[in-house]
Design a protein around this ligand. Structure first.
Ligand SMILES: C[S@@+](CC[C@H](N)C(=O)[O-])C[C@H]1O[C@@H](n2cnc3c(N)ncnc32)[C@H](O)[C@@H]1O
Length: 726
């Protein structure tokens, strides 16, 4: 099972991927590895499409293709160096044999298709669409003029021209003319600047590095701020962040009335997701991360003690999501350009082994969708067994409740192919293709029992319903499933990865099994297995009272903020703010206890064990600052400079001016909101600084691992603005 994720992108990625291979010692120094990569990059690059004819030593052809030896095709370099990067020209890979048979592209396109698949994937990214980040995005794009918009003629380390970056209007994105490894190790100063800019903007959440194909599901879902969105298989979260940005496209961060629920079966991967979403700062007030098997995802509309079948007069209980992303686990051969090791590992059984799970997850998605809502089913696989076969069976099983929507007008600029109406179910035995025309053939005695079990009737193309003559002598068209409305993204059309996506609309409740009287007595399975799992509980009134007194929390704090404050521990050690959309759906609803929640909200206060007071967090302060009437102090620009420069260390209050000292010492130890005396002069203030019991100020700016650059960038920008004031 493979995921088409981008979590490895960014600065630390090399080490992560490298360790992931497990074949080299973890202790190997990064320096050595980088040196080796640089050496490698001074070799000619490869687009891998050439089958060479003469030289046995590496040499570059006029088209810039790499020629390594007579009978080899060279695959792209990646950050996963443990596999062989060459393929023999004499043998077709199983992948080629299989897909030639499936006709996923026209015969005359085959060469181009392979050429692109064997070449590295260009770097792509999309700019943050949240209203609160508009200014930062504008500044970042201004700073990028010399290497993005007006890049001029760019050349790589060996002087070859690199195609200029292109803008992708439909996703607010950019596609560079080079792959990530060449960019990362380039010696060209313009490209070095571009790489630094990318890493910085990615870490601060100004942009997200993501493959273009993977941007499609969230783009065609057209998420709006009031929507309830469920991402069933979400980690590492590229589509979740996209949905969360769309939810926060208007208004302040975290103020949207909708919510995004991101789920993944693997709790560890859920934490990757949390880390990634942290770059979206207070927008995470609209997010809850859960860990369930997507095929059993709980319906929070069903009271916790009731059986699912006992609901709604024998139908499946009503779903409640406006939008669902069903980006299922898949064999992942669409990511060949990023993961060339798939060339040698690929087997048709990978797809067959996942078909039933994919269908099961898609069915659950359809059940959880509200009538009128939309769901995208997607994979990063070319395989019709994982794509069209799942969609066709899903439509059949939903008995008219689900329709395939033609989404061409939602992203008209994207070049793609329609879904295919028919395909073959085949396996490969020692390189030979064995075709099974029908399900019954796959169950014949000659087929090994282990293989037999892998087949499901739903893997075969749906039978076309023949047309018939109507009563008035008119021909009534055959009733076939419009699979041509599915989208197949193939690499050679727009220099991207392989992907499959289809937009589905729920037009009626799903006809379910009839309820029987005994059903009502059966408690819900999920509940029986796991018990109530909710980890967030209301903050005690005593703590809220203390905080209100300490910070002078007035105005609408009681009605707008206090009901949304939650904690995960009995002693209310850390207090988070969870927006209404998430609270109503995932905490207050009748079946919310079924949800296995991993994380949600924005941390506002954290109790300091050392100082015994509630420390306000920098991000959290932005949510409640309008209600804070106490603990506000003003200092001079030069004093603020000192505080910012001594991040994490103490500044004695005694070293400040008498007027600042007096205003600070008015307060007991705890968090202070610090602004500039005489007005903030365009700076984004206040910031939170803690007054310690030993009469010192200490600036703390917490960040999640990997997001260190966000506070650093903030402090740097404040300091550079202060320079002009002091
Ligand atoms: C294709 S990846 C999802 C990529 C993600 N949507 C993104 O765009 O970043 C598939 C994910 O599904 C998760 N997964 C696998 N089986 C699952 C199941 N039964 N239920 C929920 N998640 C599952 C995997 O852990 C993996 O993170």
């Amino acid at each position: 099972m493979r995921s088409h994720d981008e979590w490895g992108e960014g600065d630390g990625e090399y080490r992560e991927d490298f360790d992931g291979g497990g074949r080299r010692k973890r202790s190997r120094s990064k320096k050595l590895v980088l040196a080796r990569k640089r050496r490698e990059l001074s070799e000619p690059p490869s687009d891998g499409a050439v089958k060479t004819g003469g030289a046995s030593e590496p040499e570059a052809t006029t088209s810039g293709r790499e020629v390594v030896a007579r009978e080899q095709i060279v695959l792209p370099r990646t950050s996963a160096p443990w596999f062989s990067r060459t393929l023999s020209v004499d043998e077709e890979t199983s992948f080629e044999v299989y897909y030639k048979k499936q006709h996923i592209v026209e015969d005359h396109e085959w060469r181009d298709f392979l050429k692109y698949l064997r070449s590295p994937l260009p770097v792509t990214f999309r700019m943050n669409r949240m209203a609160s980040r508009k200014e930062e995005v504008r500044e970042a794009l201004n700073a990028s003029k010399s290497f993005l918009q007006n890049a001029g003629e760019l050349r790589d380390d060996r002087g070859r021209a690199i195609p200029p970056p292109t803008k992708l209007l439909w996703c607010d994105g950019w596609q560079l003319g080079m792959d990530k490894m060449s960019l990362k190790f380039s010696r060209n100063p313009v490209l070095k600047d571009l790489q630094r800019w990318l890493v910085k903007c990615n870490n601060t959440g100004v942009l997200t590095r993501q493959a273009v194909d993977s941007m499609v599901p969230a783009a065609i879902l057209q998420v709006e701020p009031h929507h309830r969105v469920l991402d069933l298989c979400a980690s590492p979260g590229s589509k979740t962040t996209q949905a969360l940005e769309a939810l926060n496209a208007n208004g302040d961060e975290g103020s949207a009335s909708g919510c995004v629920i991101a789920n993944d079966i693997n709790p560890m991967r859920c934490y990757f997701l949390v880390r990634r979403c942290a770059a979206l700062r207070n927008a995470t007030a609209n997010l809850m991360v859960t860990t369930h098997q997507a095929q059993w995802y709980p319906n929070v509309n069903v009271p916790i003690t009731e059986s699912v079948n006992a609901e709604s007069g024998g139908r499946y209980p009503e779903g409640s999501y406006d939008r669902i992303i069903c980006d299922v686990p898949c064999s992942g051969d669409g990511t060949l350009r990023k993961n060339p090791q798939i060339w040698s590992e690929w087997r048709p059984e990978f797809a067959m082994g996942l078909h039933k799970l994919q269908l099961h997850i898609a069915q659950r998605g359809a059940a959880l969708l509200r009538v009128g809502g939309y769901m995208v089913y997607s994979t990063c696989s070319f395989n019709p067994v994982e794509n069209e076969a799942v969609v066709a069976e899903l439509i059949k099983r939903c008995g008219g409740a689900l329709e395939i929507v033609d989404a061409s007008d939602r992203i008209p600029e994207l070049l793609r192919r329609p879904g295919i109406p028919t395909w073959k179910v085949v396996t490969m035995v020692e390189g030979d293709v064995v075709e099974y025309p029908t399900y019954e053939d796959s169950q014949s005695e000659s087929v090994p029992i282990g293989l037999k079990r892998k087949f499901a009737k739903s893997m075969w193309p749906p039978a076309r319903q023949p047309g018939r003559m109507g009563a008035l002598g008119k021909r009534i068209k055959g009733n076939s499933i419009p699979l041509e409305r599915c989208m197949r993204l193939v690499p050679h059309l727009q220099d991207m990865g392989g992907f499959f996506a289809v937009l589905l609309k729920k037009v009626a409740p799903i006809p379910g099994p009839k309820a029987t009287p005994s059903d009502a007595k059966i408690p819900a399975k999920e509940y029986e297995r796991t018990g109530p799992k909710h980890i967030y509980s209301k903050v005690s009134t005593a703590v809220i009272k203390t905080l209100k007194k300490d910070f002078g929390l007035g105005g609408e704090f009681d009605s707008k903020v206090a009901p949304n404050l939650f904690s995960r521990s009995d002693d209310d050690k850390s207090i988070v703010y969870i927006a209404d959309g998430v609270k109503e759906h995932c905490i207050d609803s009748t079946g919310a206890g079924r949800m296995k929640c991993v994380w949600s909200g924005v941390k506002i206060w954290e109790k300091s064990t050392r100082d015994d007071f509630y420390m306000l967090t920098q991000d959290g302060m932005r949510i409640i600052q309008q209600f804070i009437t106490k603990r506000r102090v003003e200092i001079s620009p030069s004093e603020l400079q000192t505080v910012l420069k001594t991040l994490g260390r103490e500044v004695p209050v005694e070293s400040l001016s008498p007027i600042s000292r007096t205003s600070i010492r008015k307060w007991s130890p705890g968090s202070l909101l610090v602004s500039l005396r005489g007005g903030d002069r365009g700076l984004e203030l206040p910031i939170v600084v803690n007054l310690r019991a030993n009469d010192s100020l200490k600036l703390i700016w917490r960040f999640r691992k990997g997001l260190e650059q966000a506070p650093k960038a903030k402090i740097k920008s404040l300091l550079s603005k202060l320079e002009t004031i002091v």
